[in-house]
Write a protein that binds this ligand. Structure first.
Ligand SMILES: C[S@@+](CC[C@H](N)C(=O)[O-])C[C@H]1O[C@@H](n2cnc3c(N)ncnc32)[C@H](O)[C@@H]1O
Length: 270
């Protein structure tokens, strides 16, 4: 044994997203009036973007009797807008900063729930949630952190349930990338900004056996819609292979094929 020995106490690891968002929110609250700080904390355009997020959930099938979990709900852009449309919705918003949650709760119907949650997991039972939203959240995480969230979202989704993710990609958000370039070496970047390219999302869906829709982007962030497809109880692998020679010829696992592609294409399974 050498003479230099060091006793290391276990260190609490504070994730980068907690550090950076806490710092950002403290600065905003010190600089701006409350409403402005709370809007800037989630990227601004509070009412307009809240309505746009609610429109998207409506378009992809959210109904008032559903259970929606809004991960990284921030200061409540979505919860205030969706609360006006669906006050009876079962809603849970999570975030890593309590100041945002308190503000969001003040603008939402009284039955909406908010939870401080700093782990990359969905605080819900298995197969219990209809919709999980990640609006402008994967844009601030490392890919492996986003995948960890998505894997747990699959666990928490009911069969037929939907995950909506907004993301940035170089082909449509180059000006955002250029604005990030300006900050290199300045120490002024408020938080991590991460682009996710489509092939990465396609691989994530394939590995997790989730069906994926990648609509053509409209203004704003791009959207990825993942669905947990239920395998029909009367599904038989050999019948599926007989019906679809292309699947048999490709040597693809028939269950995997049905879940991530065949279902979306409306292929028969019997
Ligand atoms: C750009 S804001 C978007 C807020 C909200 N989703 C919206 O669209 O209005 C990003 C939010 O994600 C939260 N956040 C950052 N890292 C997170 C994580 N790992 N899990 C959950 N929320 C996180 C931040 O505190 C912030 O409120």
């Amino acid at each position: 044994m050498g003479r230099m020995q060091e006793r290391r106490e276990p260190m609490e690891v504070r994730p980068h997203f907690v550090e950076s968002y806490e710092r950002l929110i403290t600065t905003l609250l010190d600089t701006y009036p409350l409403d402005e700080a709370m809007s800037l904390a989630v990227g601004g355009a509070y009412d307009a973007l809240g309505e746009a997020e609610a429109d998207l959930l409506n378009r992809y099938g959210l109904l008032e009797h559903h259970f929606l979990i809004d991960i990284g709900c921030g200061s409540g852009r979505l919860s205030s807008a969706i609360g006006r449309r669906f006050p009876g919705l079962r809603y849970l918003g999570t975030d890593i900063d309590p100041r945002l949650l308190e503000y969001a709760a003040g603008k939402a119907p009284g039955n909406f729930q908010f939870l401080l949650h700093q782990q990359l997991s969905i605080p819900a039972d298995d197969a219990s949630v209809d919709f999980i939203a990640f609006f402008s959240v994967f844009t601030h995480l490392l890919h492996e952190e986003s995948y960890t969230y998505l894997r747990d979202a699959k666990r928490a989704l009911r069969p037929g349930g939907t995950v909506i993710v907004s993301f940035l990609e170089t082909s449509h958000h180059w000006e955002t990338f250029e604005s990030m370039l300006l900050l290199v070496g300045t120490n002024q970047s408020p938080h991590l900004n991460m682009f996710i390219e489509r092939p990465m999302l396609i691989e994530w869906a394939r590995h997790l056996e989730l069906e994926l829709d990648l609509p053509e982007p409209s203004p704003g962030q791009s959207m990825a819609i993942f669905r947990r497809v239920q395998l029909p109880i009367d599904f038989e692998a050999n019948i599926y292979l007989e019906l679809h020679k292309d699947v048999a010829d490709a040597g693809v696992d028939p269950i995997h094929h049905y879940l991530i592609q065949g279902h979306k294409e409306g292929r028969r399974y019997r």
